[in-house]
Design a protein around this ligand. Structure first.
Ligand code: UDP
Ligand code: MG
Length: 343
């Protein structure tokens, strides 16, 4: 080994140095949409978890994503009882990705943990995530090894989504990893530099990279309330994921068209030669109709796909904010501070 190489390798341990987490600030960010039955369960679960880590200064950012029930009332009550709970009220329902973005923008921790409000991501795993962070990781992924609490159809479609997405896109989304993870401030700041308005968080998290380790857990059933994601919403979410991170669906049409043209040309040559040899052959209604319908549908599919991308470009080009905050509730010097912000 050359002296220079030795010097460099000697520095490596310093690059993955353990972090001193004593007194570190960790923000746990959860989006809430019609979760009123779950608010206090969430409150208790997080307080219990935090009690086990007295050295960490916690902040619990709860984003009310325009709930139609009394989620906000409960959240504000929670923030009055425990100053670590900060509530961000969005002006309407913006969707989970936007709500999460709002929470991450508002969080001030040295590390941020996005988590689902329904406790499907167990808060009891947070100490383990923090432990890996302390060991030097910048991103700690929580991977579901047991998804038996999700329906068979959901598991299978999720599997198919990851497979298709990772084939088409150069940014690989780790399988069975949701939004639940810990991110160091460095990774969070990188994430905040990504300018897109439509935020497919899983993909954006993966795009920023950083030194990543994985911790496994079993996915829990929802503690209260119902899922907010119907099959149609999930399908659109999957389309959003693929179109945000890959242009492959746009490009395949050149090849599909090329192969189609080649086949058509061979078939045309075959017909011409056959006609020259055997004379004119009029019947052929069925094959003509099939060919017209087939290529017609193929063209509609490709136009539709163009539409997917153009629609997204159109929305993106309007540069509207990802979310609007109506009010921010946090205890400050005994009184509630109200602030406005947009992102
Ligand atoms: N959520 C949200 N806005 C929405 C839909 C969902 O903030 O428009 C939140 C919801 O309150 C929950 C999280 O996103 O904290 C995950 O939603 P859900 O549990 O319904 O999804 P699932 O776990 O069934 O995929
Ligand atoms: Mg859930």
């Amino acid at each position: 080994m050359s002296p220079a190489a030795a010097a460099v390798s000697g520095e490596l341990p310093a690059l993955v140095a353990r972090r001193d987490t004593a007194g570190a600030r960790v923000s746990v960010v959860a989006p809430f949409y019609n979760e009123s039955e779950g608010v206090w369960l969430y409150y208790e679960a997080l307080r219990a978890m935090a009690a086990g880590l007295p050295n960490i200064e916690f902040e619990f950012v709860c984003v009310d994503d325009g709930s139609r029930d009394d989620t906000l009332v409960h959240l504000v009550a929670a923030s009055r009882m425990d100053a670590r709970f900060v509530v961000i009220e969005l002006s309407r329902n913006f969707g989970k990705e936007a709500a999460l973005t709002a929470g991450i923008d508002a969080a001030s921790g040295d590390a941020i943990v996005p988590i689902d409000a329904d406790l499907q991501d167990p808060p009891t795993l947070i100490p383990k995530l923090i432990e890996e962070w302390r060991k030097g990781a910048e991103v700690v992924l929580a991977r579901r090894i047991d998804r038996s609490s999700d329906s068979f159809l959901k598991r299978k479609t999720a599997e198919a989504f990851y497979r298709v997405h990772n084939k088409l896109s150069s940014v690989e989304i780790p399988e069975n990893v949701g939004d639940f993870r810990l991110m160091d401030r460095a990774a969070v700041d990188a994430l905040k530099r990504l300018p897109e308005r439509q935020r497919f968080m899983k993909g954006l998290f993966a795009w920023v990279g950083f030194k990543t380790v994985t911790v496994d857990y079993a996915r829990q059933p929802r503690v209260a309330g119902k899922t907010k994601f119907s099959g149609w919403k999930l399908w659109n979410f999957a389309l959003e994921g693929i179109t945000s991170f890959s242009t492959a669906p746009l490009k395949i049409w050149t090849y599909v068209g090329g192969i189609g043209a080649l086949l058509t040309f061979s078939y045309a040559a075959f017909i011409v030669i056959r006609t020259l040899i055997y004379g004119i052959d009029v019947p052929g209604y069925a094959s003509v109709l099939v060919a017209i319908l087939f290529f017609g549908s193929l063209q509609l599919i490709s136009v539709g796909l163009l539409g997917e991308y153009i629609g997204r470009m159109y929305i993106e080009s309007k540069q509207r904010p990802t979310y609007l905050v109506r009010r921010c509730y946090r205890q400050g010097h005994g009184s509630e501070r109200v602030s406005e912000m947009t992102g």
